[in-house]
Ligand binder design. Structure first.
Ligand code: ATP
Ligand code: MG
Length: 216
């Protein structure tokens, strides 16, 4: 059976965007399972610069620090990469623009936009989501046996993957309260969180647009 969205030449590239504040095992389990299921050459965990849908809700860890955490998370994982394109581009992060930029550097590649269930449900709210749908194959990650309700009119590929009940929101709260994060994030990520005290009441970094020093 031909693979969905297969292309004769060029890499098969998955784009998995997020705030990753912090990146956790749920993100990693998703990325490796989608890569395996769709035979992708690489899955890029693309770190949002300014997550416009989350702006104003809470302090967001500076983008380069979130990138450092994602780099630490994927360092030993074959086929996973940390993406810094949206940070280098600056300003707001829109997947439509990111796909266009990736396409420009890799015209023969086939792109897959990977989203978890919550993100998939909100696709229609994305800036120029039609461009995203036109430029890539949409992949939604389902919990086994529990398909999510999806916006209609989009050809979704479903990949089943265990959905670990872990969220960055909960991890931040755990750190603030002094509860353990062990096994919910990888050790190199936990080391960075501890060193920089990202989610403490007295963080080592200032979560504004200063130039915070990264402690390793
Ligand atoms: P927050 O709680 O701050 O919203 P998050 O844990 O949801 O963080 P995001 O960076 O918002 O993480 O999500 C990036 C992508 O990862 C989204 O597509 C989201 O659906 C997906 N995702 C988030 N948590 C999980 C999980 N536990 N398992 C699988 N996918 C997840
Ligand atoms: Mg989220």
């Amino acid at each position: 059976m031909p693979l969905p969205g297969s292309s004769p030449d060029g890499r098969r590239v998955g784009l998995f965007g997020g705030t990753f504040d912090p990146p956790h095992v749920g993100h990693l389990v998703t990325a490796v399972n989608v890569r395996h299921a769709l035979r992708l050459d690489v899955v890029i965990l693309m770190v949002n610069n300014v997550p416009w849908q989350k702006e104003g809700e809470r302090p967001i860890t500076p983008a380069l620090h979130r990138l450092a955490m994602v780099e630490a998370a994927v360092a030993d994982v074959p086929g996973l990469e940390a993406g810094r394109l949206e940070i280098d581009h600056g300003g707001h992060s829109y997947t439509a623009d990111t796909l266009a930029a990736l396409r420009a550097t890799e015209p023969d590649a086939t792109f897959f936009t990977i989203v978890g269930d919550d993100a998939a449900a909100g696709l229609m709210t994305w800036e120029r989501y039609e461009e995203v749908v036109a430029a890539s194959t949409m992949v939604v990650v389902d919990r086994p046996g529990v398909p999510v309700e999806l916006p209609e009119g989009v050809d979704w590929i479903h990949v089943e993957s265990p959905r670990l009940e872990v969220s960055s929101t909960d991890l931040r709260a755990r750190f603030t309260d002094g509860r353990p994060l062990d096994y919910l994030v990888t050790d190199p990520v936990l080391d960075l969180i501890r060193a920089n005290r990202y989610y403490a009441d007295d963080p080592a970094v200032v979560t504004a647009n200063g130039a915070p020093e990264l402690r390793r």
